[in-house]
Design a protein around this ligand. Structure first.
Ligand code: ADP
Length: 266
């Protein structure tokens, strides 16, 4: 699993990363059983994380359409206390958002200490879709890699632990998921014909993702490339990474205020 998290300076050729990799798991049953244990551990750790309120955790999810961002949030965060968790989805910017710098809406959504904040899309859209659709000139999006690294460094120096996940699906798997959506009355609402235009630009998106993964993997905010064709494997990779990160913080419940030993509740 550790090999899925990139090192600063590592080159990435996404065609060498197999989206259907199952990480050695033989079947979904084994992985799903493990996920239940990992979810329980996450819930315990979140309690201490919330109580100690020393750090914030920011989890960024990026993927192509139908890549599984929503499903990951639903499954991975299933056991955590909603009071300690926020989810922010970044859509096409509003006029007000566009009138500000691209990080303005993002900064406002950064979780407070004690909170886990999940980003469904993020400021990375400003170097992905914005680049591919040529919504701003090249010199503008190019400058953003350094701006993003500087921004994330400031966040990490101010108590925000950052995890970034690229849910990597194959083009075939995306086609399969689109077909499923179209055939299922409970899923068809998710289908947006505009997604097919993005699909036509698959290779351009992969190039843009490779740049993001290479240029914006830092010590304090690494990317993890998640093989995501198999949903059960994707969920387990993300959940385990979050648990490992929370464990590495050596969290402790705060000391009780002095004098409590004399308190008697009648
Ligand atoms: P999702 O696909 O995440 O479930 P939507 O169907 O509402 O949600 O899609 C959100 C859309 O907003 C995506 O097409 C995404 O590329 C776009 N978007 C997000 N951020 C930006 C941005 N900064 N500039 C342009 N488009 C953006």
């Amino acid at each position: 699993m550790d090999r899925l998290t990139l090192k600063p300076g590592e080159r990435v050729k996404l065609r060498d990363w197999d989206p259907s990799d199952a990480g050695g798991y033989k079947d979904s049953g084994e992985a799903k059983a493990e996920l239940i244990d990992v979810q329980k551990r996450m819930a315990e750790l979140q309690e201490v994380f919330y109580a100690s309120s020393k750090k914030a955790l920011l989890v960024i999810l990026q993927a192509m359409d139908a890549g599984g961002k929503d499903g990951t949030i639903r499954r991975v965060m299933a056991g955590v206390n909603p009071a300690g968790c926020t989810v922010t989805s970044f859509k096409v910017p509003t006029a007000d958002e566009l009138a500000h710098g691209f990080l303005w809406r993002v900064h406002k959504a950064i979780p407070a200490r004690g909170q886990i904040g999940i980003f469904n899309r993020s400021h990375y859209e400003d170097v992905l879709v914005v680049r591919v659709l040529k919504l701003v000139p090249k010199e503008v999006w190019k400058a953003r890699f350094d701006q993003i690294n500087a921004f994330e460094k400031i966040l990490s120096e101010n108590g925000v632990v950052i995890l970034k996940f690229f849910l990597h699906i194959s083009k075939d798997e995306q086609a399969e998921r689109f077909r499923e959506r179209l055939a299922d009355p409970t899923k068809i609402w998710k289908f947006n014909p505009g997604d097919l235009d993005m699909r036509e630009r698959w290779d351009e998106f992969m190039n843009a993702y490779e740049d993001v993964l290479e240029k914006c993997t830092t010590e304090h905010a690494p990317w993890t490339v998640v093989p995501a064709d198999r949903k059960w494997h994707r969920n387990l990779v993300v959940a385990k990474k979050i648990v490992k990160t929370l464990e590495s913080l050596n969290l402790e419940y705060p000391d009780p205020p002095p004098g409590l030993e004399k308190v008697v509740v009648r």
